[in-house]
Every structure is written in C-alpha cells, then in structure tokens.
Design a protein around this ligand. Sequence first.
Ligand code: CU
Length: 322
Amino acid sequence: MSAPPQPKSCCTPPRNAGAGSVQAVARASAAQVQALRNDAAPIPGGRALVGTRAPQIPNDGESPVRQVRVAPFRMGRTAVTNAAFKDFVDATGYITEAETFGWSFVFWAQVPKAVGPTQGIVDVEWWRRVDGANWRDINGPETMTKAWHPDHPVVQVSWHDAQAYAAWAGGRLPTETEWEHAARGGLGDVRFPWGDAEPNDTDHTPCNIWQGHFPETNTAQDGYVTTAPATSFAANGYGLYNLVGNVWEWTADPFRIASLKKEVKARVAGMKGYKLSKGGSFLCHKSYCYRYRIAARSGTSPDSATTHQGFRVVWPEDAPRR
Ligand SMILES: [Cu+2]
C-alpha cells in the first residue's frame, strides 16, 4: 500500500522512536523566572484570529478563519536562543533527546564531509541522519565551533525538550491561537507578521527563508544560509522577532486537521501524537514550502529534532492590580 500523498514540505521529519517523554526539571529561581518574563513582550488579550479565509495549502488545515477570545499574556520576543538554552542546561544538567538517541537530522548542505555517507529520509531526502548531532554540535561531531552562536535560536530540540525548558523558565509553550494572535501584531487576517507584502528572491527579504532553487541552491539574498540571529529583521507590531522564517516553533497543541477529505484523513491517521509547529524556517520557499505564513501549519512527532526546529515561550500576564 502506498503512503498517503504528502504536501511538499521542508518540514522536520518524524523520528517516531515511539519513546520519549517530558523529563521533570527544577524550576529556575524566582528572580530568574521574573527576569525571563520581564524580557518578554506583553500581548494584549481580547478578540483573536486563528486560520485564514485565504488558505494557500488547504490540506494543512489553514482555514476557516475563527474568532476566539484570548487572555493577555507575555511572549518571548525571540525564539529561545542558544545562550538561554545553555543557561537551562547548565542549571539543570538536562540532556536533550537528540543526545539520548545519539543522532539527529541535519540538512544535507551542512553535513560535514568528515561524517561520510549518511542515510536520507524518504520523500525529504535533504534531511540526513547524522550521528552525534545535537543542540551543541548542531551539524554533527565537532561542528560547535563554527555553527553554534549564542544569539541564534536553539535548534535540534524536540517538543519534549521544549516543554522541559518552558517549565524551567516558569512559562509554557504557546497555543496555536496565542501564536497566531501574537504573530498578527494587531494587523488582523494578514498573511505575514508585517502585512501582506510577499517576500521574493531579489529585493524584498523581510525574513529568513530560502532564495533560489530548493533544495539545491540557496543564494542567501536575505543574508543567511541557515539560522539568523534571533533579533534580526524588523520586529512586528507587538515587538516580536522572526515569527516566520528562521526556525519552526513548537506549540503546545497537537497537530490536528479538521477535514472531510479522504486523502487528508489518511494522512492525519499516520500522525497520531504529533505536535503542531508554526512559522516555517530558513528552508521555506514559495515554490516548495509556502509555510512562512501566519496561518501555515506543520506537525511532527514530539521526539523529532532538526537544524531548523526551535521554540518560543509564553508566560501569564500579571493579574491586574487593584
Ligand atoms: Cu517550510
């Protein structure tokens, strides 16, 4: 029996080891939690939009647009950085799932020559299984010196790893509704955090995505072949950076698609337990994976990790003072 058709995607492939869970970690000190929370941007509550009336990849479940109410919250201005994740690991001794498994997914162009032949992933052959790849050595053994930067988003983190960090930080992962509401920055049903102006390969590069022919040639017209520093490009209306492009961001939500279509049902049946990610990454291109849009969605298994997968944390807003 052939697998159900998958929409074209740059996305993180499933590891699907059928194992893994969120490891319990101690919470950071009250002062540290407060500091992290104070750095986050206040996001107003009220009427929020999720989804779009103009879906571009309908089989991903981008529509319809729904109106819901959200409570005010605070959201990390950036994806969690390598420096912040290092603070967490130093404080707790946390070991990520990629380290436990002993391997992770690396984009073919970044696999070090010394690694030798690697195994590709069916239908997404640009993802290579590399032994010794993890959040420090993101592209494989001894790649930290060149490839790891404190101010870039942490990558090679699974959903379980993201949950553990968020618990340490005294926060949690955002829901899809919170993520989209924050990404819209007050602009409503727009396609991107800056509005509706389409990025292109030549003279409009407002975020870190692919330019050129995926997956062979990246001209890096936007300045970056892989991740960009977490505060690069302009912030949106709520002061949030790189919601689209740069790295996919895990959310708290399961990956579900409400659809009556047979092909979609068949696809989703193979994705039990998968978690929802938002925002697309430096690998997205309109010709191949048009998911650097607010309403775009992707799902993968909670133990998966890649060089383009990160996350962002939210905290509750203070109760109003009386
Ligand atoms: Cu993509």
